[in-house]
Write a protein that binds this ligand. Structure first.
Ligand SMILES: [Zn+2]
Length: 214
């Protein structure tokens, strides 16, 4: 844990698509408001939490939705502060995984349906190649890393993985894991799992994800 808290005060330059913070907050909202109400639940206590606390989340979601529709980017620094806030929650892991899945779907939204269907029927190596390429592009666009290399059949290496450095715990990498697994599903048509084999947060030289062979 050599990098523990090393980057807590780092400021991030540039802007990122509003879809990223929107995915973060929508995932928080989805976890704050589960579909079922427990039988002995005291709604006077739990309802404010279910409704996204005091409406702050709803207001922010509304704001980011407006920015997304208008094609307005959001400062990266603002998004990373939000990311850190989510990481403090006890249920950060499922929220970050879902965020990664959401941003992968958003990033893939314009892929032509015909091309995707052909890809799903093609040999797996073609889908894996497509996923490697798109994940690299998505990570760069979302400002989650810039020094990225990919290897066959499916390895993603990020030497400057931003989520790993946000709090030194490596928890933030769950978002990248969710993004990669969702992209594998989108590109190959089959659910596939990856393992986060090494992490900057644990002193490794890079963060690396590798496909777990089914
Ligand atoms: Zn990592």
């Amino acid at each position: 844990m050599a990098s523990q808290e090393a980057n807590l005060n780092v400021r991030f330059d540039g802007h990122v698509a509003a879809a990223f913070p929107l995915a973060l907050l929508e995932s928080v909202r989805a976890h704050d408001r589960p579909g079922e109400v427990l039988e002995d639940e005291d709604l006077s206590i739990s309802l404010p939490r279910r409704l996204g606390l005091t409406g702050v989340i709803e207001t922010q979601i509304f704001r980011y939705e407006g920015a997304r529709k208008a094609g307005r980017a959001v400062p990266v620094d603002e998004v990373m502060s939000l990311f850190r806030l989510v990481m403090r929650r006890p249920d950060a892991e499922p929220i970050l995984r879902e965020t990664g899945q959401r941003v992968a779907r958003w990033h893939f939204r314009r892929a032509p349906g015909l091309w995707t269907r052909v890809l799903h029927r093609a040999p797996a190596r073609l889908g894996l190649r497509s996923a490697r390429r798109i994940v690299g592009r998505a990570l760069r666009n979302l400002r989650l890393g810039d020094s990225i290399s990919t290897h066959k059949p499916f390895v993603i290496r990020v030497a400057d993985c931003v989520p790993a450095q946000l709090d030194g715990s490596g928890l933030g990498c769950t978002l990248v894991t969710g993004l990669i697994e969702e992209q594998l599903l989108l590109s190959t048509g089959k659910p596939r799992r990856v393992r986060h084999t090494c992490c900057l947060a644990e002193g490794a030289e890079h963060c690396e994800w590798e496909l777990i062979e089914a």
